[in-house]
Design a protein around this ligand. Structure first.
Ligand SMILES: CC(C)(COP(=O)(O)OP(=O)(O)OC[C@H]1O[C@@H](n2cnc3c(N)ncnc32)[C@H](O)[C@@H]1OP(=O)(O)O)[C@@H](O)C(=O)NCCC(=O)NCCS
Length: 435
């Protein structure tokens, strides 16, 4: 159910959750934007004065859901923004499920460190809770140190690769007996229907995958000339059999020469396939592109099959980083809304000052098909904060690792082992879209 970002709309109030509020700070009014033009000035300034090109602006404006978004303003105009998105994302064992996406959390430089970001996020989460809307909120973070204090934990990781031309050999895989595959290279716009079909086919299993239709798909395919940074235009490689598309790769080339030899960089932006044959064919073709030198991919799943296909994965220098951040809006609904690898019963003691309705003890009964989570007075098995819980929601975080780091406390012997087995998901979560 869509929820308006409505808490205290129109009311002017000072923001002072941070201790740095100075005397004379202005009062702020919080309300939804009318459209992207209310966001554009703050976003442009907050991200370093790079104003969006008209093409890029059209894409982000189409995605904005004003009634689910929030801005803060003073008498001088908007000074902080938060875009809210109604997303459908694969959750462990539950398939595509509604989640709330936060994007463009931006505060004008003159209004920073007064608690505006915290207040925008707090109001948004409170509204989602009050309306019993999406039980899980997700975001991408420009810097890893920002959102932990607001109860968001690292829920997925991404790996970047750079395969040098001399390490492009892939293992042979047995033929799958299916119809032969052919490859075609076309423009993203022409490939829209085929990419949409493959994205639908890739949606079910891996947590973090996003339903991409309409404006979200157009965002993935958008290629504003002003944003190419000297590279060629975005191209789409399609693997097709007689019955339809089986995979796509969105990529671009950047010209480069070494001692008179062409060593173009092939940058893979997005790649999906519905079966191993289509997947391997696309990577093989990307690694074999004429003029190509290094093939790079900035964000792939940590268990991407290409790491098992390359005969020399070490040369690709895989580098892992944090990717999606997630948080429970409501602990009970978030934990009951996903599946678990094993059956177990755990009492979790959760600390969540930003969303006090989540604080306390919760009995979680897990199973592969369904789960239940209710308040309890029973003794706790594990103690953790909303941040650690957030990192477990998509099945990516390791309870064992968090316990060894002292961020999850085991209160009953064996509880860490039981929780670790239940929460972890294979394949690892990954989100192919930045929002
Ligand atoms: C990041 C940003 C939104 C923070 O806004 P803000 O209004 O200054 O943040 P707040 O005053 O609400 O800060 C809340 C807390 O987060 C901390 N914080 C804020 N920005 C931080 C950062 N970049 N890194 C680490 N901590 C940060 C504050 O110190 C404060 O800590 P406290 O709880 O100990 O008091 C703002 O600096 C900005 O617009 N940056 C550029 C755009 C950007 O990176 N946006 C994030 C998109 S995901």
């Amino acid at each position: 159910m869509p929820v308006r970002a409505s808490s205290g709309i129109g009311r002017r109030c000072p923001v002072h959750s941070s201790s740095q509020r100075s005397p004379g700070s202005p009062d702020y009014e919080f309300r939804p934007p009318d459209d992207w033009s209310d966001f554009a000035g703050v976003v442009g300034l907050a991200y370093g004065g790079y104003d969006h090109s008209p093409d890029h602006r059209a894409v982000v404006a189409e995605l904005l859901e004003p009634k689910r978004s929030l801005l803060a303003r003073t008498a001088d105009g908007p000074c902080a923004t938060l875009a809210g998105y109604s997303l459908e994302m694969t959750l462990p064992g539950a398939g595509p499920s509604p989640v709330f996406g936060l994007g463009y959390v931006a505060v004008s430089p003159a209004h920073r460190r007064r608690g505006l970001m915290r207040e925008l996020v707090r109001r948004t989460l409170t509204d989602l809770h009050t309306a019993r809307a999406e039980p899980v909120a997700v975001l991408n973070s420009t810097e890893p140190g920002i959102y932990g204090r607001l109860g968001f934990g690292t829920a997925s990781q991404a790996v970047s690769l750079a395969v040098p031309v001399e390490a492009r050999e892939l293992a042979e895989i047995p033929a799958d007996g299916g119809p032969p595959l052919t490859l075609d290279v076309t423009s993203p716009a022409e490939a829209e229907a085929a990419v949409a079909a493959v994205c639908r086919g890739c949606l079910g299993e891996r947590p973090g995958m996003l339903r991409r239709e309409g404006a979200w798909l157009r965002r993935s395919l958008a290629d504003p000339p002003a944003d190419r940074g000297g590279a060629g235009r975005l191209l789409c490689m399609l693997a097709t059999d007689g019955t339809g598309p089986r995979g796509y790769a969105l990529y671009r080339l950047t010209a480069g020469w070494t001692r008179s030899y062409p060593r173009y960089t092939v940058s893979v932006h997005d790649l999906g396939a519905t079966d191993p044959a289509g997947y391997a064919l696309l990577w093989r073709a990307l690694l074999d592109i004429d003029l190509g030198g290094t093939v790079t991919a900035n964000a792939r799943p940590v268990d991407d099959p290409v790491l098992a296909l390359l005969t020399d994965p070490r040369s690709a220098a895989p580098t892992v980083r944090d990717q999606l951040y997630a948080r429970a809006v409501d602990v009970d609904r978030a934990l009951a809304g996903r599946g678990y690898a094993v059956e177990t019963e755990l009492v979790l003691e959760v600390s969540d000052p930003l969303c006090p309705w989540n604080e306390g003890r919760w009995r979680l009964i897990t199973g592969p098909a369904e789960a239940d989570c209710v308040r309890t007075r029973a003794a706790a098995d594990l103690a953790l904060t909303a941040r650690e819980l957030g990192s477990l929601l998509l099945g990516g975080g390791s309870v064992t690792q968090l316990a060894l780091a002292g961020r999850v406390t085991e209160l009953r012997p064996g509880a860490v082992r039981a929780a670790a087995a239940a929460f972890r998901h294979d394949p690892a979560p990954f989100c192919p879209v930045v929002f």
